[in-house]
Design a protein around this ligand. Structure first.
Ligand SMILES: Nc1nc2c(ncn2[C@@H]2O[C@H](COP(=O)(O)OP(=O)(O)O)[C@@H](O)[C@H]2O)c(=O)[nH]1
Ligand SMILES: [Mg+2]
Length: 331
């Protein structure tokens, strides 16, 4: 225990000189304070104490460094508003007033801390009521652990799970999720909204790969993705769901012509060649459309039908294939 304290405190010499009995049976008040200070100043978390008006009465060294002040003493009598954005300070004040009112702690709050200088960190904070020896609540205290790195990795995992690394578009899983949401909405009574799934496959993509190389193929996929994005409205979802296959979820369409209109816009966007490794490549896609009004059971069925319609369009040499299942479009 002594060794550990010495290692982390860096005050071993003075401790030895004064002959303190850290951890001994009888520990004078001074030693208790010394222990507390050692703990406060060496934990890699921010610790603070505040009075009932949310003014700092004490913070530790880690917190001082985080708040951008030279020493912990400089925080005394100041408030969060002196160090954080107005919004953050207001939220902290609300939290602390609630703790004082209820006597209940707030445990592991995950919050995005923005300092006045604009720097952002994620922290996990536990805030508790501070009692005096008579049991009265005299303020609050809290401990904040920096979880920025964990958050960064979580976000990265989220991206890897739901986005395509090459084009940065949503992937199959996210696309299905979005379609699923619209199916759920459609089950609600009085919902008359219609949506469409467009299934796109690049024509002759294999030949690009074979003649210009795989990297050129990749660039064409990215270039096509950027062109397709121009055909979207904010609520739409464009995804890359396979090699040279893209899908588009178009919500809130009034009639079938709205969906074929989007397909026509896609063809227009792809009229101009895409520059790939110094070559001008003409990309074209075959498009299949499935409309929610055809009454599909689930997203799987709807996608399969859009895919089949695309395939029919491709084999027939037509630009746009419509869902057979839709009574008004036929095949
Ligand atoms: N460059 C590249 N090619 C891919 C990728 N994923 C799949 N492919 C290729 O894309 C082609 C797609 O096949 P298909 O649509 O049947 O060929 P198409 O009829 O010539 O367009 C296949 O040759 C795959 O090897 C990728 O990420 N990058
Ligand atoms: Mg293809």
């Amino acid at each position: 225990m002594r060794t550990v304290l010495r290692d982390i405190s860096g005050r071993a010499e003075s401790e030895e000189e004064r002959g303190r009995e850290i951890g001994g049976e009888i520990s004078p008040l001074q030693d208790q304070l010394f222990l507390l200070e050692t703990l406060m100043d060496n934990v890699p978390d921010s610790i603070y104490f505040k009075d009932r008006q949310s003014r700092f009465t004490r913070i530790n060294r880690h917190a001082a460094a985080r708040y951008g002040i030279a020493s912990p003493e400089l925080a005394v009598d100041r408030t969060d508003a002196d160090f954080f954005t107005e919004e953050h300070a207001a939220q902290a004040l609300r939290d602390e007033q609630e703790i004082i009112r209820t006597g209940q702690p707030l445990v592991n709050l995950e919050e995005k801390e923005t300092l006045a200088d604009g720097s952002v960190r994620w922290v996990s904070t536990t805030k508790l009521p501070l009692h005096d020896r008579a049991g009265n609540i005299v303020g609050t205290f809290g401990i904040s652990r920096d979880i920025t790195e964990r958050k960064r990795i979580e976000e990265q995992l989220q991206r890897m799970a739901f986005y395509d690394a090459l084009t940065d578009l949503p992937n199959r899983a996210l696309f299905f999720d979005r379609v699923q949401h619209l199916f759920q909405r459609a089950r609600r009574p009085l919902d008359n909204s219609m949506f469409a799934v467009l299934y796109l496959d690049l024509d002759g993509f294999k030949a690009i790969n074979d003649s210009l190389g795989h990297q050129a193929g990749d660039e064409l996929l990215v270039g096509t993705a950027r062109r397709l994005e121009r055909c979207l409205r904010p609520a739409d979802t464009l995804a890359r769901i396979g090699g040279d296959e893209f899908t588009l979820l178009v919500d809130e369409i009034g009639c079938e012509a709205d969906a074929t209109g989007v397909a026509a816009r896609i063809h227009e966007e792809l009229v101009a060649p895409i520059k790939v490794r110094g070559h001008e490549v003409f990309a074209s896609v075959s498009v299949g459309i499935a409309l929610s009004s055809a009454g599909f059971e689930n997203p799987d069925d709807m996608l399969r039908e859009a895919d089949a319609a695309m395939y029919r369009a491709k084999t027939a040499g037509r630009a746009i294939g419509r869902s057979k299942a839709h009574p008004s479009t036929g095949a």
